[in-house]
Ligand binder design. Structure first.
Ligand SMILES: C[S@@+](CC[C@H](N)C(=O)[O-])C[C@H]1O[C@@H](n2cnc3c(N)ncnc32)[C@H](O)[C@@H]1O
Length: 233
């Protein structure tokens, strides 16, 4: 987000901590407008009888899926913490890669998963992945280096992250030293298999099972370091 004149004045006058709260508020007010426009645009979508959605898609292109995210240049731009302007029982499949960890748990994460359940047809499938937090935990406790090596090889973390504990902290928070908590980019909760499965069952999914990377669906850059789960309505 570009700095405007108000930002520049407040940056001078406020403490850096107060300024961060200001940017949070500004981001939230902007998000309300983006969501309102998304809800309006959704009124004109002619929903096919069956649709596949990539929710929290980011810039990733996934042919065959309608793409939904807060970021620009997607098919539907909305705030996924809010009720979604998508009809009930419309989708046979949802793909959701590395998005859920950006929501507060249990509140926003729970209501988002309930929305996923609502828009899926009976028997519809949610293919979800999140960062696998068991892996860094085990490596930290047992002094194993493979997760840190993967972080470096895949450039998951910025340059300043060096020690194992810095890596672990970054995995949990994904905050940036320049842009504060990055608002929509930061991590707000970490998952292991048990916790993700419980969240999905609480949202109403009848069948929840761990799965492996599926090259036909999952993005290649999510192959390593992800926890993959299938939830069926
Ligand atoms: C780590 S990216 C994942 C993108 C893509 N699925 C992937 O696997 O590369 C997280 C995405 O969540 C989106 N996001 C975070 N909070 C959001 C919100 N409240 N509403 C909509 N999108 C949000 C961000 O815009 C970002 O594109």
């Amino acid at each position: 987000m570009k700095e405007g004149i108000v930002d520049r004045i407040l940056k001078k006058r406020l403490s850096s901590f107060a300024y961060e709260r200001w940017t949070d508020l500004r981001e939230e007010v902007i998000a309300m407008g983006v969501h309102r426009r998304g809800v309006h645009a959704a009124q004109y979508i002619k929903w096919p009888a069956d649709v596949r959605l990539n929710i929290g898609c980011g810039p990733v292109k996934t042919p065959g899926y309608m793409r939904i995210d807060y970021c620009p240049r997607v098919d539907l731009r909305v705030d996924l913490r809010r009720p979604l302007p998508i009809p009930d029982d419309i989708a046979s499949e949802l793909l959701c890669e590395h998005f859920l960890e950006h929501l507060r748990y249990p509140g926003n994460a729970g209501s988002f998963l309930k929305e996923c359940h609502r828009i899926l047809k009976l028997g519809g499938e949610l293919y979800i992945s999140v960062p696998d937090t068991r892996w860094p935990m085990e490596c930290y406790v047992h002094g194993r280096e493979e997760w840190e090596k993967a972080c470096e090889e895949n450039n998951w973390h910025p340059e300043w992250v060096k020690t194992t504990m810095e890596h672990v902290n970054y995995h949990f928070r994904q905050q940036d030293e320049i842009y504060g908590d990055g608002h929509f980019e930061c991590h707000r909760f970490a998952y292991d298999e048990e916790t993700l499965a419980l969240a999905l069952r609480r949202a109403g999914f009848s069948k929840v099972e761990p799965r492996v990377f599926d090259p036909k669906r999952d993005s290649e850059h999510r192959r390593v370091g992800s926890l993959f789960m299938l939830a069926i309505k």
